[in-house]
Write a protein that binds this ligand. Structure first.
Ligand code: PLP
Length: 390
């Protein structure tokens, strides 16, 4: 087993050095987090949520690694994400849950992808795709139990269930799943939690009374997996925890949960200089050196996904010390304070991840959540996968 430092050193491939920046994705950590999540929900199957390019970590690489770690299911939002997984040769069950009228359901059916259904229009379009392809659909009926996002409201649920039952009777679809999503599972005392669980229980009872017996019933995301064992049913859908980040930073840290960060955002200094007291740095001079200060130029900016709200506060680790941005985030670059006045071009700095500040610290500095910090890191930053073999 390699150490985290060895894995991070391996991330500096020629291409990463040429770019001056890398998002090192530690697949050992990812697999270990999935296994840890399985311990937290021991009686349920696991859906690894890999939507949004696996929260910025790489859809296909994480999809494969999740399977290696035993995740029976992969979950994505967009149909095209599911199609990409299949076309890359990822097998096993995949659920896609977000579509608008005219979506390519037929492409999904021909690739054996499970589909979420919340509305009658979607059921109609899926049954039309079944007729077109000759392939029956496996669907998961989604109840809106209080998030007011996707899912059928309680008033619309009976009609949707009845239409699904009829389609099942006609042999076009099989209802394999019943599901919903929490609004505030990360705040266990939040009044929505109990209300949503009651509403979901009611939706499940209604479906069972209609004679439908789904294979999986699922509601829990990472926070519910951790806090609400009664919500596990027989499948949990886990995103942020699998990437080694806590869904409830204020209550429990990732390390306390036994999770390891998967993404490390690292860069090499393009140049260093010492600026005298009274010198401003970056646009607008929001930073002003108060004494002679060594600063370094880092080739990452808001076009790479660094939030502009990190002005002066975004933490950066360099040569054993954590300092911070000097001034505003530019499109392609940032200036950072350096504790070591002998730092040179080519030296490594770590923005977040293993051996550096956490994505949680970046989120705090930027007034956002760790989910956004990792998932917004853009395609100009090469992903290098370390820890590929277990
Ligand atoms: C429908 C659905 N299920 C599960 C998840 C996973 O949530 P988390 O990353 O909090 O585990 C998400 C992510 O937002 C989601 O949209």
């Amino acid at each position: 087993m390699t150490t985290a430092s060895e894995r991070m050193a391996a991330a500096w491939t020629r291409a990463a050095i040429a770019r001056g920046a890398v998002a090192a994705i530690d697949l050992d950590a990812y697999r270990s987090n999935i296994e840890r999540c399985r311990e937290l929900a021991p009686d349920s199957a696991m859906m690894a949520v890999v939507k949004a390019d696996a929260y910025g970590h790489g859809l296909v690489q994480c999809g494969r690694a999740a399977r290696e770690a035993g995740a029976e299911w992969l979950g994505v939002a967009l149909l095209e994400e599911a199609i990409r997984l299949r076309d890359a040769g990822v097998d096993g069950r995949i659920l896609a849950w977000l579509a608008t009228p005219g979506a390519d359901f037929a492409e999904c059916l021909s690739r054996d992808i499970d589909l979420s259904i919340s509305t009658l229009w979607a059921l109609d379009e899926v049954t039309a795709a079944v007729r077109e392809t000759g392939t029956p659909a496996r669907i998961h009926l989604k109840a809106d139990t209080g998030l007011s996002r996707s899912g059928a409201n309680a008033e619309d649920w009976p009609a949707l269930v009845e239409a699904a039952r009829a389609a099942e009777g006609a042999g076009t679809i099989t209802v394999v799943g019943l599901w919903s999503h929490f609004a505030a599972a990360d705040e266990p005392g939040h009044l929505s939690v109990a209300r949503q669980q009651l509403a979901f229980d009611e939706a499940v009872r209604h479906v069972e009374a209609a004679g439908i017996t789904p294979e999986v019933v699922h509601m829990a995301n990472s926070a519910a997996m951790i806090e609400l064992p009664e919500s596990h049913h027989n499948l949990v859908r886990v995103g942020i925890a699998s990437y080694g980040l806590s869904p409830q930073v204020a209550r429990v840290s990732a390390a306390e949960l036994g999770l390891r960060p998967v993404m490390s955002l690292r860069a090499r200094l393009a140049s260093t200089k010492t600026i005298p007291a009274g010198t401003g740095a970056s646009y607008g001079w929001d930073y002003m050196a108060t004494s002679d200060t060594t600063v370094g130029l880092v080739p990452l900016g808001y076009a790479d996904g660094l939030p502009r709200s990190a002005v002066n506060t975004g933490p950066v680790y360099s040569a054993g010390s954590t300092t911070h941005l000097a001034g505003r985030v530019c499109m392609d670059q940032i200036v950072v304070e350096l504790a070591d006045s002998s730092a040179q071009a080519g030296d490594e700095v770590v923005l977040f991840g293993a051996e550096g500040p956490s994505a949680d610290e970046w989120a705090k500095a930027c007034g956002t959540i760790n989910y956004e910090i990792v998932s917004r890191i853009g395609p100009r930053v090469p992903r290098v996968y370390v820890g590929e073999s277990s």
